[in-house]
Write a protein that binds this ligand. Structure first.
Ligand code: MN
Ligand code: MN
Length: 466
């Protein structure tokens, strides 16, 4: 099966050119100023449109069981929504397993979750929920199985202490894996939270007030220093929400420490005024939304290169689930936002079309950099001969208003309801197959393949700076 995409502006992280692109057998076959191809070949006219590598979203939680609830998107509805938002690869953060379980336990569980369901290619980050010799010894076998990054939590039920953090980061580093961390100071949050709850202050605004940005920034600074102490282990901070944390990361970067950071559209474009709304429960997530001056700080990082990736942290609990479980009490509300379908267009509209970032930087943030950091480059994140034909076509002249009714996830609301985006997604191809076409999902469950990711590659990772 061949597809010729003609007359588009092909954008990669390192440049763009008006070229034709030929897809053959699921791969990018060739690019040239003008390509003429003998039939049979389907032709798509992309005049006036950007033709870009499909999005790589390295932070989702599909089908996650948090103990109080299971998220409402599984690997079918979640990847269907991703596909309709121009994302062609996801790397999902596994949830916690039973107490004391092995690393491979959750890998097997997640293979079962995703098999026959995923529409797009997928992989998983391992999760380290306790530390002992068996877990540490198992890390190299996980890397061999294609799991070359792991998540550590500094808060929640399975938070690691400093001793555990040091040991794990050392082992991950020597096994060729990247450490990713959810950084929040658990003790500080616990104190605040207990104070509010005992005073009967349980409205959604107290969710944000119980986790001030210093909780996150402190944990970022501590983790950076522990990573250095663990033999200069490479470190990736997830879902950065504030400017102070970014400043600590800039200091580390200036000292040539191997650290990278992700933010999410909600921390760039939503703010803590959401907690004053009548539907504030929709915006409970951790870290919480911050004020607009932090939005501005993060945009500076997106523009100046100190933020490396943009992911979604898609973790959807419906409004029905939120209300039923919490009764309006923040401390009982499941955390997380849907958004896997909205990432590319939000950043395209609010980043590229406003003139804040170039199209190349857009591709770096949404596709090339995550592929480089997480062992998928150059199969993913690049339009070049031999790369997977994972492609999104964006029309900058059209306008899209986000309405949940038109989205493809399984939630019952969107935090982006009513957002107006300059630009529209026209088509998504995954390994050469058309899976989204002008508003309609055209893929099918089970098309996505598990991606056995390569070990962390310092040379690729250092190519994320721009
Ligand atoms: Mn998190
Ligand atoms: Mn998360």
């Amino acid at each position: 099966m061949r597809v010729l995409i003609k007359n588009g502006l092909i954008v990669n992280a390192d440049g763009q050119a008006k070229q034709d692109l030929l897809i053959e057998d699921g791969l990018v076959k060739c690019l040239a100023d003008t390509l003429e191809v003998e039939p049979p070949c389907e032709t798509i006219d992309a005049s006036g449109c950007y033709v870009m590598p499909g999005g790589v979203d390295v932070h989702t939680h599909f089908n996650i069981d948090t103990g109080i609830a299971r998220s409402c998107d599984d690997f079918f509805t979640g990847t269907r929504a991703a596909a309709c938002g121009g994302t062609t690869t996801i790397v999902d953060h596994m949830g916690f397993g039973p107490p004391g379980c092995s690393l491979h336990h959750q890998l097997a569980v997640y293979h079962d979750y995703a098999a026959y369901k995923a529409v797009i290619d997928y992989s998983f980050h391992g999760v380290i929920q306790h530390v002992n010799h068996a877990v540490l010894d198992d890390i190299p076998r996980m890397v061999e199985a294609g799991i070359s990054s792991f998540k550590l939590y500094l808060t929640y039920q399975y938070k690691l202490n400093d001793d555990e953090l040091l040991r794990v980061m050392r082992h991950l580093h020597s096994a060729g894996a990247l450490t990713t961390v959810h950084p929040e100071n658990d003790a500080a949050i616990a104190q605040k939270r207990a104070g509010f709850i005992s005073a009967g202050k349980t409205a959604p605004r107290y969710h944000a007030l119980s986790r001030p940005l210093e909780c996150e920034a402190e944990a970022i600074a501590r983790t950076i220093n522990l990573a250095q102490l663990a033999g200069n282990a490479p470190l990736y901070i997830v879902h950065l929400s504030n400017g102070l944390g970014l400043d600590y990361l800039r200091i580390a970067r200036a000292r040539r420490q191997p650290v990278w950071v992700e933010t999410c559209p909600q921390y760039l474009l939503l703010d803590d005024r959401c907690y004053e709304r009548e539907d504030a429960l929709k915006f409970i997530l951790s870290p919480p939304l911050r004020n607009t001056s932090n939005n501005d700080d993060l945009w500076c990082g997106v523009v100046d290169g100190s933020i490396d990736t943009i992911a979604t942290d898609h973790c959807a609990f419906s409004m029905t689930q939120r209300q039923q479980l919490s009764g309006g009490d923040f401390s009982r509300c499941p955390n997380g936002l849907p958004g896997v379908e909205n990432r590319l267009l939000l950043l395209f509209s609010h980043g590229v079309m406003t003139g804040r970032i170039s199209t190349q930087r857009f591709v770096a943030l949404t596709s090339a950099n995550p592929a480089k950091l997480f062992g998928l480059w150059p199969q993913k994140g690049l339009l070049a001969p031999g790369s997977d034909a994972d492609i999104v076509i964006i029309d900058p002249k059209r306008t899209t208003t986000i309405h949940h009714a038109a989205l493809h996830d399984n939630a019952d609301y969107s935090p982006w309801e009513g957002f107006i985006c300059q630009g529209a997604l026209r088509q998504t191809f995954a390994r050469g197959r058309l899976i989204f076409d002008n508003g309609t999902f055209t893929g099918s469950a089970g098309q996505g393949r598990f991606l056995r990711r390569n070990p962390f590659n310092a040379a690729h990772a250092s190519g994320t700076e721009s």
